[in-house]
Write a protein of this length. Structure first.
Length: 124
């Protein structure tokens, strides 16, 4: 018997199609002033899976720390929040057009946890 991957997950995830166009803005700990825009594939209380076009200018590695600053849906006001995360895996092959990145939230305050809950619930 196969198990639904969603049932194995510790946190409920909100999934976004390419048409939904949920993007995120983050910065790296090394360059906090540089805004990096990515496409969000899914988000949970545990973290975010996102993609970006492989340009080789941005090289993320497992263990890198980033700070999400906002999430936005096309034509809607941005959802501003300060969420620290660690990169837990990166799928980056030279032949691929996009890089896939899994991140895990760290130091999540109770206030941000509540804000994140409302954001996630709005897409379930």
């Amino acid at each position: 018997m196969t198990v639904n991957p969603q049932e194995r997950r510790q946190f409920i995830r909100a999934f976004f199609s390419h048409e939904k166009k949920i993007s995120a803005v983050f910065s790296t700990i090394q360059s906090p002033q540089k805004a990096i825009f990515v496409q969000v594939v899914n988000i949970s209380h545990g973290g975010v899976f996102f993609t970006f076009r492989s340009t080789r200018e941005l090289q993320l590695q497992k263990g890198d720390r980033i700070v999400f600053k906002e999430f936005r849906e096309k034509d809607l006001p941005p959802f501003s929040i300060h969420l620290e995360a660690t990169i837990v895996w990166v799928l980056d092959e030279p032949a691929m057009e996009f890089v896939g990145v899994g991140s895990k939230f760290i130091n999540l305050s109770p206030e941000n946890k509540d804000k994140l809950e409302l954001f996630i619930q709005s897409y379930l």
